[in-house]
Write a protein that binds this ligand. Structure first.
Ligand code: ATP
Ligand code: MG
Length: 242
C-alpha cells in the first residue's frame, strides 16, 4: 500500500472535499476507530455551503450519531425509527426521480442543482431493521443516484457480504478503511489485509478509483463544530424558500 503522510490541518478540507465529490462513500472500521469522526468531518465541511447547494437525509439507527444535525436547514429528513428510515430512503428515491424528470426535460445528463447526501450511520443496523424494503431501495439509489447528484455516505463496523450485498457494495467505489478487527474485515473493505494493523484510531486508508492512500484522519474540534451548527440554526428561520 502506498503511504502518504500529511499534517491534519493542511489536509483537512482537501481530504473531506475530495470524499464529498465521490459518487458514494463507504466508511468501515471497528468500534471506536473513528467512523463517526469521519462523518462529522464530512458534514462540517459540507456546511461551508448553504442549503441551496447541499442537503442531507440523515439515517441514524443508533439514534445518537446524527441527531445534532437534525435542526439544520440543510436537513430534508432525519430518521431513526425503523419505519421512518424506509420512508427516508423512499424520500431520497423520490427526489432522485424528480431530478431525473427535470434532466430529461432539459436534455442534460447530469443534475446541476444541490448535492443530496444520504448519510447512514450504521449501515448494518439499517439493513437488519427491514432488509426486504431497504435493500432494493439502497441498491437502486446507489445505481442511479450519481447523475442526479445524490450521494450515499454509509458507515459500518461490519463490511461482510451478509451485511452489504455485492450489488450494493460494487457501487461504493470510494471507501475509507479505518482500523478493522481482523485481516478478513480489511480484505472485505479494501481487498487487501493491513487495516488490522492501523492504530486504534486516527489513521485510515482512503481508496478511490485513482488509488489507495494512507491518511492521518483529521478531527474537527468541538468548539468550531458548535459555532458552525449555531450559525445555521440561526439562519434557518430566514431561509423561507424551504
Ligand atoms: N481522527 C481522529 N482524531 C482524533 N481522535 C479520534 C479520531 N478518530 C476517533 N477518535 C477518538 O475516538 C473516539 C471514537 O470515535 P468514533 O465515535 O468516531 O468511532 P466509531 O467508529 O464511530 O465507533 P462506533 O462504531 O462505536 O460508532 C472519538 O470520540 C475520538 O475521541
Ligand atoms: Mg460511530
Amino acid at each position: 500500500m502506498k503511504r502518504v503522510w500529511t499534517t491534519p490541518q493542511g489536509q483537512y478540507f482537501s481530504l473531506y472535499r475530495d470524499m464529498l465529490k465521490q459518487p458514494h462513500l463507504l466508511i468501515a472500521g471497528a468500534t471506536g476507530s473513528g467512523k463517526s469522526v469521519v462523518i462529522n468531518g464530512l458534514v462540517y465541511t459540507a456546511l461551508y455551503d448553504s442549503p441551496a447547494a447541499v442537503q442531507f437525509i440523515l439515517i441514524d439507527p443508533k439514534r445518537v450519531e446524527l441527531v445534532d444535525y437534525k435542526p439544520l436547514p440543510h436537513t430534508v429528513q432525519y430518521a431513526s425509527e425503523p419505519g421512518k428510515m424506509v420512508q427516508a430512503l423512499e424520500k431520497a428515491m423520490e427526489i432522485t426521480e424528480t431530478r431525473y424528470r427535470a434532466m430529461q426535460a432539459q436534455r442534460v445528463k447530469k443534475y446541476s442543482g444541490a448535492a443530496l447526501y444520504v448519510i447512514i450511520d450504521e449501515l448494518a443496523d439499517l439493513m437488519t431493521t427491514d432488509r426486504r424494503h431497504v435493500q432494493p431501495l439502497l441498491q437502486r439509489l446507489a445505481q442511479i443516484g450519481r447523475a442526479a447528484n445524490v450521494h450515499i455516505i454509509a458507515a459500518t463496523q461490519c463490511p461482510l457480504a451478509a451485511v452489504i450485498p455485492t450489488p450494493i457494495k460494487v457501487n461504493f467505489d470510494a471507501r475509507v478503511a479505518l482500523r478493522t478487527r481482523s485481516a478478513q474485515d480489511s480484505r472485505n473493505i479494501l481487498g487487501v489485509k493491513g487495516c488490522e494493523l492501523l492504530p486504534r484510531y486516527g489513521q485510515g486508508y482512503y481508496m478511490t478509483p485513482d488509488g489507495l492512500t494512507l491518511y492521518n484522519i483529521p478531527m474537527q474540534d468541538p468548539a468550531s463544530v458548535k459555532t458552525m451548527l449555531d450559525y445555521w440554526k440561526r439562519q434557518k428561520p430566514r431561509l423561507k424558500w424551504r
